[in-house]
Design a protein around this ligand. Sequence first.
Ligand SMILES: [Zn+2]
Length: 392
Amino acid sequence: MFTASLADGTLINLLQNNYSKEVLERLRNNDSFFCPDCKSPVMLKLGERKIHHFAHYQSANCSIGHEPETADHMAGKKLLYDWLCQQKLNPQVEHYISSIKQRADVFVEWKGWKIAFEYQCSTISPSLLNSRTTSYVQAGYTPVWILSHKKANFKSFSKFQWSFICDFINKHGVLLSLDTNMKSLYVTRPTPIATKQVISSQKRLQLSSTTSLTTCQRVISEVQPIITYKQWLSIKNKNRSMIFRFIDKKKYALFQNLYLAHIPPPCFPVEAGWPVRAMHWIEQPCYMWQLWILLDNIIQKKSDLIFLNDILKNFYKRVQMNHISLRTLPLVKHSKPEDAIEHYVQLLIEVGVLEEAGDYSYKIVRELLYPSHENEALDCDVKMARELIAHT
Ligand SMILES: [Zn+2]
């Protein structure tokens, strides 16, 4: 940590005033330092390898600074702090919020927002991330969680990494990561293509004196998915041709239901397997959950009229039966899993399967397209992709 109190209560912030090593050595010889939170004595470390910092003695029992801080974590806090100082925003490092007993890595007030930056270098559970976020929000803060770039993988998202997707500026959900060596903030928007696999579009922001928080906000809001329909067709093609690989319990249950409806899995209806907004809420590749929607509501229909409520009810039944699983996204507040379903219903209207019949009710106006073999499926997929592009 960078802050400690002297015996007389004066707060020392090592990131301020550009302290030289000599000055700090003198201070160390003449004074004692104490943790601002637990008040136990801390040592001032003036190493060569890490940035100058304070650390607790091993015996300390502090709720905040007990673990040895990594060089990366300190570098990240310093980078954010220095960057905000350059903008004359008067940030505070290790800002303690007593009402919730949490300490923000860097705090700044900006455009009426009280922003708590958290630079995360170690793995934490989604539930802890959620409870910390909730506490911040309840105390009137806007937490901004930034992952260490070293921890991030932009082709394969772990559960931990998914939990860092946030949407307070970009309503569709982005991952923020910080590279302390390059002094850069990365904004990544993932399009999920399987449980872990994603296609990422990314923008890099150099955190220099010419980049402001306003620039940052704009760039975050602008990051769009880069996936093209051509790319998506090749993904869909793979979904079909490799459908018999890795058959887990979820896939097995889906196959059973497809066979009951006399549909060979590689020839699943053309209408399943298209990207829709908010689909990052669902863990399975989209062809799987969309097939469940088609099976439950259209293929095994009881009447030509269907209701959104029933579609959602059937979807959650599948979730309950563990045929579909949802992601835990504690930082996503502007969308919910139901949005993915509603967007998919919209897609079914666009391709002419459904027609709006009234408020949240739809008429089934045409049969689904069942390709009779894989090559025909590919042709049909291309045609539907064209139709969908025409709608966008
Ligand atoms: Zn302490």
